[in-house]
Write a protein that binds this ligand. Structure first.
Ligand code: SF4
Length: 250
């Protein structure tokens, strides 16, 4: 395992060492656990931790067919850096054809329902296949990323996909993530340097302006409380439960 004590600030080094322990614990409890990587900054931190740490955890990514060229290029960057290939899951071609033929290639701009239908075909259904038979999955979600993630736990039972879910970076700040990336020389998607703090599909992501929420560029034409694609639908379940508990406790 790489010794990084000398290059990380003490507070971040504590987070980094804790992450190693979390990954070791996940690998021991769930040898079939896998990181779902969007190839964004947080997922590259986790990828580095898993591959450099020698943890026997699989890493997969979802190629929706609508990703930026820069995001697709990150698959090659990972292979060149770590000598490992990510497992790639793609949408069912017939389902994509049927949706596009019925609604058009840009139907996601027309309504939340059509947007979610596209996300279901291109993201959620492939994710279901990727998670089938596993005991747990790992994500790079952080609480500070969005209103829907404010109460994100580090570990939870995923009620949507029916397995355990780990969010080991839940408490990390954006600064923590970028300190680790820069200090350890981790590759990252060049779109992050072009105003994209959060990166999804090309037609559904725009650059954000200084001061805007980090996920303001995702489905920017929708209200902020609907900005999940279904991969983390449980986030809203948790928020609703928490809101209910708060409203009934007074
Ligand atoms: S983010 Fe946009 S293009 Fe990608 S799956 Fe969702 S609606 Fe479709």
């Amino acid at each position: 395992m790489t010794t990084v004590d000398s290059v990380l600030e003490p507070a971040v080094d504590v987070l980094w060492q804790r992450l190693q322990g979390q990954l070791a614990d996940i690998a021991q409890r769930y040898p079939d656990a896998a990181l779902a990587s969007s190839l964004a900054a947080e997922d590259m931190v986790l990828t580095h931790a898993i591959y450099e740490g020698g943890f026997p955890l699989e890493i997969f990514t979802l190629d929706t067919g609508r990703l930026h060229t820069e995001t697709l290029g990150m698959q090659d960057a990972v292979r060149e850096r770590y000598g490992r290939s990510l497992t790639v899951y793609r949408p069912d071609a017939a389902a994509v054809d049927a949706h596009v033929n019925a609604h058009g290639a840009y139907a996601f701009y027309e309504s939340v329902e059509l947007r979610k239908a596209c996300c279901q075909i291109r993201k959620v259904d492939p994710l279901k296949r990727a998670l089938a038979g596993r005991g747990a999955w790992i994500t790079g979600q952080r609480r500070a990323q969005a209103a829907t993630r404010g109460e994100l736990p580090e570990a939870e039972h995923d009620p949507v996909f029916g397995l355990y879910k780990y969010n080991p970076l839940a408490a990390w700040s954006e600064e923590d993530v970028w300190h680790v990336i820069r200090a350890l020389g981790i590759h990252y998607n060049p779109l992050h340097d072009q105003g994209y703090p959060s990166i999804g599909c090309e037609p559904c992501t725009r650059a954000v302006r200084p001061g805007e929420d980090v996920r303001a560029g995702r489905w920017w034409w929708e209200s902020s409380d609907s900005k999940e694609c279904g991969l983390h639908a449980g986030n809203r379940v948790i928020s609703v439960v928490a809101a209910t508990e708060k409203s009934t406790s007074v």
